[in-house]
Design a protein around this ligand. Structure first.
Ligand code: NAD
Ligand code: ATP
Length: 526
């Protein structure tokens, strides 16, 4: 009995193997056939285009001979390739072969009969989808309706179908990719970065591309922002204001504090402009062509925080900027490489709010928003959601939601990755989590992160924005954070990537290690 069972199971295994091989043969034959068909169609389209060109010469007879000959050559080539494929195909399904032969015959005879008039083909009752595509392709150079992929021959549904049905072919399921936005009035600015060609997805444009700024009219007005309480900054500021006004004939804006300092230095600086209150600051972006910062990273953060909407290009100067004239000359002339630094839009929603839109004044951060335990000695307890999905509960000192620009600041100190500033995304970095497995995350740019202080939390939490403006988050309060539509354009010294690498080498001494000495054991000694 056992022997019979073993024999039977062996037989079954053999049958299964044969079936699998047949299925694999069919799949590869189908793939190969589809590929050759695609090439055939491309060639055919090219021929139609060439024919159109030649017909301009009114040499119809020559054209017809040439066309028929090249079509025959193509068809023969295709047949040569298709025959072995069809053999395998037959193993799988006899009907596929019949459809393919019919299809080939139809194409072949159409070509042989010199059926090369695009309009005629287009209007023909028996037009095939293939011919339609061909016409569309040759007329427009691209697909008109949606995104198509390679065509494949369709299994015949039933033998009783009409000839027209039998000869029908089916394309690989066509599809369209579109951006998902938060409704029509969503605050996310999107643009197409993906292009489609015959169903193959290619990224045409990526936001991490190097961007170049070319002035279309000469800049007229410059705003200079300076780090306070620094003698070297004050000296540099005086020189720069003078040069910009006297040599470049530009209008110069400074902060009220700096104007007082300048006028105290010399009454000649009375031409320097400033503002009286915050409402004037909100209109600055409409007057200022360029912002110059004299200071470090903190001054750039300060500059960005002054613009609650669009930000003019920022040229950051460190304190040792001896060559500011050459540098500003080339910036004012353009073109310059810029880095578009993404910002995060942060809104606090109180427990008492009726809905998510009832928020306090939003904050825009260039580095990060931090939610921490403040002066409380208890662990934070923060519930985190990404769109509507629960992410995790942060129990530790807190959480940093950082931009990629801010990835080299606090987030880095808390163990987050350093990310090129042109990469769009939100870094989700815990601060001293009380768990061994809480690794930092990087979330995509389009999400909204929601951090909530649960009602069972032992203490409130504190949110701070680029290290400033602390806000208390009580139980039930939440912080919403998403990518802001207004990036901060900063001028590069060389280009985005070069500047980023230089800043992590020079500023952070990234991977600085003494070079290993030459003397010592070598591979050949082993
Ligand atoms: N443990 C930490 O590393 C820590 C703690 C608190 C705040 N910070 C950072 O300080 C920032 C505020 O800066 P500030 O100048 O107003 O305060 P600050 O004067 O205390 O300077 C903080 C330091 O962070 C550096 N820094 C700021 N942004 C940076 C960036 N994007 N890449 C690399 N280094 C950066 C500055 O150069 C400065 O040396 C916050 O946004 C936060 O990222 C860091
Ligand atoms: N125009 C300004 N008005 C008020 N505060 C400012 C201004 N510019 C900078 N700050 C603040 O001064 C502090 C120090 O500025 P900044 O980081 O530029 O100097 P730094 O610490 O010497 O530079 P770094 O450490 O990045 O080399 C920051 O907290 C910043 O917010």
């Amino acid at each position: 009995m056992d022997e019979h069972l073993i024999e039977f199971s062996e037989a079954l295994r053999t049958v299964a193997k044969a079936l699998r091989r047949a299925a694999e043969g069919k799949a590869s034959a189908q793939a190969e056939a589809a590929e050759w068909k695609r090439r055939y169609e491309l060639e055919r389209t090219r021929n139609i285009q060439m024919e159109r060109k030649v017909s301009g010469n009114n040499n119809c007879e020559m054209l017809q001979h040439w066309w028929i000959r090249s079509s025959l050559d193509n068809a023969m080539d295709m047949l040569r390739i298709m025959l072995p494929c069809l053999f395998f195909w037959e193993v799988g399904k006899e009907q596929n072969k019949r459809i393919a032969e019919a299809r080939m015959a139809e194409q072949f005879s159409a070509e042989k009969n010199g059926d090369i008039d695009c309009e005629r083909v287009k209007n023909s009752d028996n037009q095939s989808m293939l011919q339609n595509e061909s016409n569309e392709y040759s007329e427009t150079g691209c697909m008109k309706h949606g995104i198509w992929s390679h065509e494949v021959l369709r299994d015949r549904e039933s033998d009783s179908n009409s000839n027209a049905d039998r000869n029908k072919i089916m394309r690989k399921a066509s599809f369209k990719l579109s951006w998902w936005c938060n409704g029509e009035n969503g605050d996310q600015h999107k643009h197409d970065i993906v292009s489609f060609e015959r169903g193959n997805i290619t990224t045409a444009e990526r936001s991490s591309k190097q961007i170049s700024l070319k002035w279309e009219s000469d800049p007229q007005t410059v705003l200079i922002l300076t780090k306070p309480n620094s003698v070297s900054v004050r000296i540099l500021c005086v020189q720069m204001v003078r040069w910009l006004r006297e040599r470049k004939k530009l209008n110069v804006y400074v902060e009220p504090r700096v104007k007082v300092e300048l006028v105290a230095e010399s009454s000649n600086f009375s031409y320097v402009q400033t503002w009286k209150d915050d409402s004037e600051i909100s209109h600055l972006h409409m007057k200022v062509d360029l912002v110059i910062t004299l200071g470090g990273d903190g001054t750039v953060l300060w500059a960005a925080s002054m613009f609650k909407g669009p930000v003019p290009p920022i040229v950051p100067f460190s304190l040792d900027s001896e060559h500011f004239k050459d540098c500003l000359d080339s910036v004012l002339r353009g073109p310059i490489s810029i880095t578009l630094r993404h910002r995060l839009l942060c809104r606090v929603v109180r427990d008492a709010a009726k809905n998510e839109y009832e928020t306090e004044e939003p904050f825009l951060v260039l580095n990060e928003v931090t939610i921490d335990r403040g002066i409380s000695s208890y662990l934070t307890n923060l519930e985190c959601y990404c769109d509507n999905s629960f992410v995790t509960c942060v129990q530790g000192d807190g959480l940093i939601l950082s931009t990629t620009s801010g990835s080299t600041a606090y987030s880095l100190a808390a163990g987050g990755s350093m990310v090129h500033p042109q990469v769009p995304g939100i870094l989700f970095t815990p601060i001293c989590p009380h768990s061994l497995s809480f690794r930092p995350l990087i979330l995509p740019e389009h999400v909204t992160v929601r951090i909530m202080v649960p009602f069972n939390s032992r203490s409130p939490a504190w949110a701070s924005f680029d290290g400033k403006d602390r806000k208390l988050l009580a139980a039930g309060d939440a912080l919403l954070c998403s990518m802001a539509p207004w990036p901060v354009p900063t001028a590069c010294q060389v280009d985005s990537t070069n500047d980023f690498l230089r800043s992590i080498h020079d500023g952070l001494h990234w991977n600085l290690r003494k070079t290993q000495s030459f003397d010592g054991p070598r591979d050949r000694d082993l």
